[in-house]
Structures are given as C-alpha cells and as structure tokens.
Design a protein around this ligand. Sequence first.
Ligand code: ATP
Ligand code: MG
Length: 556
Amino acid sequence: MIEDEKSLNFIEEIVEEDLRNGTHDGRVLTRFPPEPNGYLHIGHAKSICLNFGLAQKYNGTTNLRFDDTNPVTEDTEYVESIKKDIQWLGFQWAEELYTSDYFETLYQYAVKLIQHDLAYVDDSTAEEIAAAKGTPTEPGVPTPYRSRSIEENLTLFQEMRDGKYKDGEKVLRAKIDLANPNMHLRDPLLYRIKHVHHHRTGDKWCIYPMYDFAHGQSDSIEKITHSVCTLEFIPHRPLYDWLIEKLEIFPSHQYEFARLNMTYTVMSKRKLLQLVNEGHVESWDDPRMPTISAFRRRGYTPASIRNFCERIGVQKRENMIDFSLLEFCIREDLNKTAWRRMAILDPIKLIITNYPDGQIEELVGENNPEVEGGEGSRAIPFSKELWIEREDFMEEPPKKFFRLGPGLSVRLKHGYIVECHDFKKDDNGNVTEIYCTYAPDSKSGEDTSGLKVKGTIHWVSVAHAKKAEVRLYDRLFQVENPAAEEDFKASINPDSLHIIQNAYIEPDLADAEPGKGYQFIRMGYFTLDTKSTPEHLVFNRTVTLKDSWAKEVKKG
Ligand code: ATP
Ligand code: MG
C-alpha cells in the first residue's frame, strides 16, 4: 500500500495512462542508450534508475543499447565498464544491443527516404550548409543540390557508402522545411562520411548516421515503448516523430526529463576525460570523481545511489542537487550496515603504567551494534601500550574537555577506565607519550569500579595494530557550479586529497575486502581501496560521520 501512497512521477503517469488505454498492448519496453565514450557518472545513474525502474514497476524490460555511431571517441574499454556499472547498481538488461548492428537497416531507411524524395545528397561544405540554414528569425535558402533527382541521389548515396568520396565531401540531408522555426527541421544531416575504424564494424562502413537518424530509428527497430531522454532533446522530438512517420515504422515515443546536476562537480564525460587525461585525478575511478566506478571504489553502496535517485525524483525542469544529499544517503545506509572498527589516524602512544608487562587480553566488540546479534563480534587485543588519537589528549585541557589530560579519566572503548598522571615531550615541545593507570575492575560489561567518566575514546594495541595508508577526500572543486566558470579546471580544489601514511588499525582489518563498509569509530566510514595490497593496506574514507557527531566530538 505504501506504493500507492507515493505520488507518481510524470513519466509514471504517462505509462499508467498508456497501460489504461492499452497502447502497445500493455507492453513496457525502455532502453538505456549510453555512448561508449567514457565511464558512467552519477547523472547516468539517474537515467538508469528511471529506465530500469519503470520497467520493473510495470512488468516490462529494459534494453541496454550502446549508441556507437561516433567511432572516433568510442572504445570497448568503455563498453565493459558501462556493463559492470549497471549490474553493480543492481539492474539487468533484457538485451545487449548496439546501434552499429542496425547500420544496414538504417542505410536502407535512408534509401527509402531518398526514394520518396525526402532526402538528398548535398556537396556543400559544413560552412555553406550552416550559412544557408538561416537563423531562428530568418528562413534558410536551398543549396544548389537540394533539387537533385531521386536517381542521382540514389547513385551518389551508394557511392558515398562505397568510399568514393573523402570525409566532408558530401552529406545526406533530410528534405523537410528550410523555413521551419525549429532549426532541427531545416533539412538536418542524416549521414556523414568518416573514413575511420569502428570498434565493432571495423572498416566495413565509411559513412555513419547522425544521432538524430540513429536514435529514434533504433528505438523503433527494438519496438521501445517509452524512450526517455534529457530535456535538451525536446527540440529534436519533431524530427524523431517526422522520421518515424515518413518511414512508417514502429511508433516509439520520446519523453524528456531534467538531467541531474550536482554541486561541486562536473557531469560531462568530455570534462571528466580531461580531468583524467591531464592528470588532475588518477583515473576514471579516482574516488573524487563523480563516476559510478569512483563511488564504488570510495565505498558507496548501490543501495545508497538508488536511494539518492529515488529521493531526487524526476522533474521537468533543471535544477542543482546538493552533493550533501548523496552523502546523507550513504551515511544512512552505512550506519545500518558498516562494521565498527577502531583506527588511529594521528597516533600518540599511551602507556598504562600499572598494566602487567607482556600481558595481552582479548576484548570483545560487536561488529554492528545497529542490528540484533551485532552480526557477530571480533576479538580486540589489549595490552600495556596503545595508540590513541592525538587530539584526544590536551596538556592544558579547558573545562568540559571530557577526554585525556593530566588528572583526567576516560573509558577506552570496549576496555577499561584509565586516568592520566603524566606525559612526555620531545625537544620541540611535542607530546610523545602519555602515562595512565587503569582500574582493573572497570572492564566494559563487568564494571564494578563505581567510577564515572564522561568520555570514551578509541585505541589500538601498539603490538598488534596493522599499519595502513588512509586517504581522506574533499570535494574536487571549490565552487558550486564549476561548469559555469570560464575554465572549469581553474576551480579544482588543490586539497581534495589528504593522505595519511601511518595510521594504525585493528589487526583484523587486514582481511577487509574492497566495497565492505567499515565505520572507524568517531572517524567516519571507510572501505579498502581496490589497489590495496596485504603489504601496503590502503583505506578510502567514504564519507565523514554526520555533522552533529563532529560537533559533539568538538564539544565533548
Ligand atoms: P555526457 O554529456 O556526460 O557525455 P551524454 O548524454 O552524452 O552525457 P550518453 O552516454 O549519451 O551521455 O547518455 C546515456 C543516457 O544517460 C542518455 O539517455 C542521457 O540522456 C542520460 N544522461 C546523461 N547525463 C545525464 C544526467 N546528468 N542526468 C540524467 N541523465 C543523463
Ligand atoms: Mg550523448
């Protein structure tokens, strides 16, 4: 019933209306049509969740169609990454298809248009065509080639295919209306000559269809019922419909929704490629990138991204979504699922002077206190020398500092209450060691000491801790909308990555796996980096703990 209470988005309303009217016999078939010229980003996730989500909701299916009509920028590496990302998000396509598989059919469609005097071969240069097109307020004028005979056009188009002409020498154009207020209908280009190798069709073709002549026709070939795309294609829709009408093929229909824009990042593959190629980031899956593979490497879960897409909804008007909403979604998820561990990012040594030399205790900590049973527990070795966080000690603590300082007591998480009685400094005045005594009868869970403390701090045993590199990420850009800047790269945040070389972590984290979320208590959520090795452990911070917690720590 909860489903019913939630209001439908406008595309769901259209689908339900179609289902009521029996349009397409109650069939729902959507498609996700990426161009394999880069990795998918979080904007694509919105489109994936929408297209696959619609099909799931209305017992339909979704095709994955690689829109591979531009051989210059496309690559199979991208094809593989796109498939991996969609599956990771939790979706499975019905059919894996390629626009290039339709090249012959599309060619025949073009021939059909020529036969009906609805297309012609134009020898004008790109500049001449642009000049003759007019402006939105002035009608265009025909080029000298517009009146070619059907016979001549058929011959020339065949010769274009046969490789008789060089790039740019000729194009095929639809013959529609040079005075139409919609510039997309002023005899748009359908085919251009490109003598380049295609990642799937090799050297079979030297003419390639334009987006407008490939996309809608592919929808139609597959009998797509609802072809959903972003708002900038609204002016293309009349052409989409014109071609379907003139070719008398399956009447797919195009619907447009607002693309996702997010603060402090860029969302175009071309810009993302520049960041990679120019070394501003390490790779497409550098955890600061807005790509799906980067979010995965950083520790985001598929559920958090799906949930984010659900929350932002589907709009008819563009807006800017705050990056913090995505962070909210991952925190919400990891709070419920991440295993708790202790890790010290800025270590300082604490020595328990009254703890027996060489003694080791195995304390017990639940993996996940958010669920009943804690998802099991792990043993945490405890000994005389511990690493604690440097910021948890102050030489001259202010009032209400409920952590360590001379004469102050805290509880060591899962362990004992300790009281600081002394500390040591080096020649530069930096504190190097803290000396405490512990109350043997204050052990967590069996505390009979009667002692009361306000603060609990985390720690790891010096003799047992593993060393790790920990990477803390900040936003990649310093301005909210880098794409609006003259040079988006000028606003790159120089401090977007902070590397901690020598963190100390609980020993069992050596067995962590990439993608498994951990809450380093009080420090944030982390996951093992995909390039981590047993000899050199590397953890990525997925996201900080919630702000209220950060304030508490400061106060506390
Ligand atoms: P980019 O501008 O990043 O290169 P694109 O639109 O060229 O993106 P495609 O591979 O053609 O990328 O996109 C595949 C699908 O994803 C299209 O249907 C497109 O409308 C959709 N899409 C792309 N970017 C976004 C976005 N920011 N928000 C929602 N959908 C998007
Ligand atoms: Mg595109």
